[in-house]
Each structure stands twice: as structure tokens, then as C-alpha cells.
Write a protein that binds this ligand. Sequence first.
Ligand code: PLP
Length: 396
Amino acid sequence: MRTGQTHLFVPGPTNIPERVRQAMNVPMQDMRAPDFGELTLDLFDGLKRVLRTERARVFMFPGSGTGAWEAAITNTLDPGDRVLMARHGQFSTLWAQMAERLGLEVEVVDAPWGAGVPVKEFARRLGADREGRIKAVFVTHNETATGVTSDVAAVRRALDECFHDALLFVDGVSSIGSIDFRMDDWGVDLAVTGSQKGLMLPAGLGILGVSEKAMAASETATMRRAYFEFADMVKMNAGGYFPYTPPTQLFHGLRASLDLIFEEGLDAVIARHRRLAEGVRRGVQAMGLELVAEHPSLYSNTVSAIRVPPEIDAREVIGAAYSRYNTSFGSGLARLDGRVFRIGHLGDLNEGMCLTALSVAEMALAEAGMQVDFGRGPAAAMSWFTGAAEAPELRV
Ligand code: PLP
């Protein structure tokens, strides 16, 4: 029998604030009613603020982040186009796999799982591509499988320094709305996200920010697409309508979640994620465990991927947390299975919740056979949260 609250510390779907849940509890409405646009049109503007763009167009497709990946590709590229991608975790690997399946010629750079996007190697390849055969560069801003945040601005600089014209695609599924993301400043052409992470909603919306340059590309791009056709959306979105049945309740939820974000302030939301993540990391390190991320400059403020000692099976840690302590941690994905568990620390979160995650992690690790000095993890986080511990060097 499960009593009390179930704790959700997977890096998406994230906890839904009560105000957002209540906002979604509304009767079904007519998606063709004359006043439907009053609900939807403001949402596009709100999402533009979250993406920090004034110039891009926003799309909301019924779907998830994976659908938005596909929409970004099929609307802007031609079959057989060469694209530059890195594989440094499960999500960047899956995106590259999708690009291949869709018929692109994928130039892959493999990097260790735990590393960031290999900017120098990208720069070298872009510099060598004098004929401009590379049509797009893909960056997974926050690799959710490894807890690594990459430097999108550096990839933009690499493109600019060699006057390369490729489109810049960015997967911001687990960063947008939680980690600093600047679509216009970084010259991102296609920004992709989903509703179920930083936006604190159920899954169901695949969201895209599309630059003017990418919109122009979509007018001539010849990849096959139907459901995800930008042009159909553009036509209908003008009045706040959709070419097919939209998830109306999610729109009500999105209105509430955007309100929450702007009431707190986007900068404050990002700062809160940084503060909470640092507490979790300090706790994990105080337990004697290491992160998958190779360097502090890569640490993700939305998810920590934590290595367990070699004699411990991370699946047992996750299993004990779930069955004994009503707590979900993220699993180690693909090659990290059994070696890693992940604490998602994004969305509607506070210090006490982080302490719960660390306390449960200690108990679950002990049940999986690790020698644990109880309390060290939460204590380190408490010192940080209360200001008793020194601040780390800030990420530049
Ligand atoms: N990209 C990243 C970085 C993710 O973390 C995820 C999901 O966790 C996806 C893409 C896929 O998104 P979805 O599960 O919404 O299709």
C-alpha cells in the first residue's frame, strides 16, 4: 500500500504545479469557435519570450519533442542533404538515427558520453567544407541522458567564423524554460522542445521556434511531410486555429504555466534551477559519487546523471527507491543502463524536494548494497541552500 506523496524525480515528465493542473480542468470547447484565438494567440507570444526571440515564429504541434525533431528536419531540408551531428548521449544518438531514417546524409562526430558537443571538431569540419555541402548543424543543448549542457553560442561562433551558412538546429527539450537559452542571440534557426519538462505540463505538445531563415528554407525544402507541414500551420495559426484537433486542455495549462514562469521571472527561474542543481550535485558528491558529466563547465542544471560504484547495480537503486520509497529516479539509458541513475531537478521544484531526492537516494543506495554514511548528501545540500557553503565558480 502506497501512502503519502509519490515523488517524481525523472527529468521529464516533471511535476505539474497545482495551478496548472487546475487550469486544465475545464470543459471541452469548440476549437472552431469565433473566440478560440483568444486562448491560443497569446501563447505564441509567451513561448517567444521563453525562447528569447522576437523574430522567430513559434509552432505548437500536437505531439512530443520527437515529433518536433521530425518537423524541424522535414520542413527545412532536402532528401540527401548533408548534416553535421554529434553523438554523446542517448538523445543526440536518437536524433542522428532519425535524420538517417529520414534520408539525410549524416556526418556524425562521436564523442564520449559525458562530453559536450565537440565544438572544435565541428569548427574544423565546417571550416573544411568550402563548398557549403553541410546544410545543417545539430546541437543537443542539454543531453538528458548524461546530464551535460553544451555551449550553443560557441557553435554559432564556429559557424560565423568560417562564414558558414548551415542552419543551426538545437534540441532544447530539457533546457528551454529551465536553463539559459537565447534563440536570437545565438542565431538558432530551429529550436525544439516539448511541453513536459521546463514548461511543467503533461506531454502532448511538440514546440518549435523557427527563425526567418529557416522559414524561408521551408518554402523550398523538398523532404516529404504531411502532418508536420509548417505552411498548413501558418495558415490556420493566423487566427489562432489549427489544421487538426488541438489539445485544448494543454493550452489552458500552458497559459497557467507561462503565467507562473513570468510571475517568478524567467531569469529567476533559471537562477533557481542553477541553485537547486548545485545543491543536488554537492549532495551527490558528498555521498562519494561521481557525475557522468566530464567537467563542471558541462554540468546540467536540469538533470544529474550519477554513476554508482562498480559493485552496485543502478537498477536496484532505482527499484528500491520506487518500491520502498515511492520515488522515481531516471534510469541509465542505453550503454549507461545499470551504471547510472538520474535525478531530474527541473520544473516545479524547491529545496525541500531536492533534500528528499538526496535522502531517498542514500536509502536506496544502501538497499542496493552500498556502504552509506547516512545524511552526508542532504547535509551538503543544506549547507549550500542555507548559504553556509561557498559558491562555486560561475559557469562562463
Ligand atoms: N530530446 C531530449 C534532450 C530529451 O530529453 C527528450 C526526452 O526526454 C527528447 C528529445 C524526446 O522528447 P519526447 O519524449 O517528448 O518525444
